[in-house]
Design a protein around this ligand. Structure first.
Ligand code: SF4
Length: 301
């Protein structure tokens, strides 16, 4: 499958890659290690790992999204319950922590019909989000088996996953829409509860760049310019220069809003100014701020 050129999204799903990925995911759910959490539970037998998901996905929202990155819209966003991180500033805490209480089980066939309908309405792609697609991988692949073959798949992920998963999804995923949230392991541990964050993300982001189109989001967080934003952006510029990088400035504390502490506020104007200056100084070939291309050269324009 060829890489996309600027101004277009790559072709759809390679049927051979899809069949291989389906076989892989079905097998791996028996001792689940399809994401970095590596729970080793048998999801076919109803055992629950950290994501608390069975085999069937739970869809809690789906619509034609006009607010994603300019190069992706209109995008058919499908929100699947369940995740493997517990970010304190999460926007969808309920569906993440208690997937069984949110949304409804839709069969893969029914979801594929919804995808076909949204494509007719003008969607340029199907965008699996959540929650997280990685922990719903088998359900998504079973859905794609019933979708039009030219469907472009956007994988909206925290990239808390494995080399093997990226490899198996190559030819299925067209665009990796990945977060690089933290620039330090200390912040990743404190804010999302995981160890070894930077080593894993630094290993996987170049693989995602080789696997398909890569669009990386970095969300500014209050008080995290030096520990997270600066090292994350500098690493991206040096190591995956082909990626489109979207700096997101609209931090919102969501569940933390009524609490106290640095993460319950917003990014101060001075910190925003310094972050934007840093971003500009790094001169990314394909840069976005809040989803809008900076130089007018980002893919899809
Ligand atoms: S997908 Fe869920 S059960 Fe499987 S390893 Fe990840 S968190 Fe654990």
């Amino acid at each position: 499958m060829g890489r996309p050129h600027h101004g277009e999204l790559s072709p759809g799903v390679d049927p051979v890659a899809l069949q291989g990925a389906l076989t892989w995911a079905r097998e791996r759910y028996e001792r689940c290690d399809v994401c970095a959490t590596d729970c080793k539970v048998n999801r076919h037998a109803g055992e629950l790992g950290h994501c608390r998901l069975g085999v069937q996905g739970r869809v809690y929202k789906e619509y034609l999204h006009l607010g994603e990155e300019r190069s992706l819209v209109p995008s058919h966003a499908i929100y699947l319950a369940g995740c493997n991180l517990r970010c304190v500033f999460c926007s969808d805490w309920g569906p993440v922590v208690h997937p069984e209480r949110h949304g409804a089980e839709l069969t893969p066939e029914a979801l594929a019909q919804r995808v076909a309908k949204r494509l007719l309405e003008g969607a340029r792609n199907v965008n699996f989000v959540g929650g997280l697609p990685d922990v719903n991988v088998l359900y998504i692949l079973e859905t794609l088996a019933h979708c039009p073959p030219d469907t472009h798949v956007v994988w909206n992920t925290n990239l808390w996953t494995t080399e093997e998963a990226i490899d198996r999804l190559t030819g299925v995923v067209g665009t990796w829409l990945a977060d690089l949230k933290f620039g330090s392991d200390r912040c990743a541990k404190r804010l999302a509860g995981v160890d070894g964050y930077t080593e894993r993300l630094h290993r996987l982001l170049p693989l995602a760049a080789r696997s398909g189109e890569l669009l990386v989001r970095h969300l500014l967080m209050p008080g995290h310019l030096e520990c997270c934003t600066r090292p994350a952006l500098e690493w991206l510029r040096q190591n995956v220069p082909e990626a489109t990088v979207n700096l997101m400035t609209a931090y919102h504390p969501f569940a933390l809003k009524s609490s106290r502490g640095p993460m319950s506020g917003s990014v101060e104007p001075q910190e925003l100014k310094e972050s934007l200056a840093l971003f500009e100084s790094l001169d990314f070939p394909n840069a976005m701020i809040d989803g809008e291309p900076v130089h007018g050269t980002a893919p899809g324009l």
